[in-house]
Design a protein around this ligand. Sequence first.
Ligand code: ADP
Length: 550
Amino acid sequence: MHATDNLVLITDLDGAIEWVNDAFVRTTGYPLQEAKGRRPGELLQGPDTDPATVEVMRSAVRDGRGFATEVLNYASSGREYWVHIEAHPVRDERGTLTRYIAIETDVTDRRRTEENLRRATETALSLAQEKAGFLATMSHEIRTPLNAVLGVSALLEGTDLDAEQQEYVRTAQRSGKLLLALVNDILDFSALDSGRIDVEARGFSVTDLINDIEAMFSTTVAANNGLALTFSVADDVPAIVVGDENRIRQVLLNLVGNGLKFTHHGAVGVALSIAPDRGPESGTDPHDGMSLRIVVADTGIGIAADRQERIFLAFTQVDASTTRNYGGTGLGLSICRLIAHHLGGSLALDSAPGEGSTFTFIVPVERTVAVPAAQRPPAAPSPEGVSSLRVLLAEDDATNRMVALRMLSRLGVAAEVAQDGEQAVDMVRANDFDVVLMDVHMPRLDGIAATAAIHDMCTDRPRPRIVAVTANALGGDRERLLAAGMDGYLSKPMTLGALEGVLVAVANGDLTRSSSVPEPLTARTATVIPDASRTSGDHGGTVERATVSR
Ligand code: ADP
């Protein structure tokens, strides 16, 4: 007992110390004479000693039992240390309890390490939050000037340019769109990766979804001789299902986009059917649940077996030459798989090099008898009436103002301008506008406050439609803006097609808050655009329009 580094103390039946070893004296700073006759509790416990632990030890001693626990003690100097205590009752030959012996190990270092780990975890969590905030701000800050770059180069493209100049402008456009796609992907990936996404459950038409996808890729398909894009929907797939249409569309766009990108001859086929079960995370609740199975199969270059799992990792492609030959960031499939998991489904791959790839996306949905909430606008809305609209543009940034005004003038619209929210409210008070294009971040009065003011002012007169124009592209933004009283939403960089879509909706009286709000381009929609222009020399106009006209 003298030689060990463990602390040893012996107490009598009342718990008063009879003897302690040298290690006890070294650690506590109390010599034997001082410790003798006192209870370990009163000698060693202090303000931060856990009272519940003390009670456990006391009651064990009262009942004549041994115990083992960890407790915070205080040395005579006030220094805190943690010990693991093992206490045993000691009995004589007749089995009568005579005293207690306690053996204590100093576990301060281990405790400290645990505490540090806990703190490190907390720090990591708060850093992750900061990172998410940083990404949101960064993407907003990048989008604002990018909006101007893309807008101005689109305008430049429409001027009298020679062949060389046209080539320069197209390169600037293509690079701008790629940069935008990258920003969107990084933002989307980070939101999905940290689980910050809301899953929507709304009724949507499966046929409409398929038609949208077909329309979006029509330019790409048309530009590739001998490449076909086919769709088939099994008979038992209901016309309308309840699920997260936007996320399902995003996955489909990505898979079909990849299929077309990596297939040079043959076809990309999309087949929808009902999966026999709800997929890997299926619950036992069968009420109206079922799973859609969406199979995207191509006859393209295929993927070697040892690469098949890797391509689902962020920023990975089959090999380094992929970026050179096909572009892309390697984020698409990782985003798709995260989405599949968030929706409670799965995404799997079957592929053979030289033969093609088959992606199987299984996603739980529900049956419904109700019609979809949002009735679609007419398939080909006529732009007539747009030029007669009275438009107010509220935008504080001079470059973006110029871009928007030029786009409007392309559409035959002469708009008036407000430089901040306060001015916008004043101008609405004094004039009758049909629509206000409202920047969200503005000095003096922001777009949300200005919208509230316009609502208040227009209780007894017709209210102009208010369309938010914002560089925020985070999930939930659209809902937040609509909840604030906006009727529609355009995300920056604003495209001519999207702007036209909104104005046509206003002119047709279709833009009401509950329905037919043009969706912002989803993250992956944007990536499709450069592909279309790569193969056709067309600038993806069809692609954009197909997206925004719904
Ligand atoms: P990227 O933006 O690079 O296309 P993805 O995550 O969508 O990123 O795809 C990752 C990689 O997986 C691609 O770069 C490509 O090498 C490979 N890949 C994806 N889809 C296919 C396909 N249908 N056929 C062959 N290879 C594919």
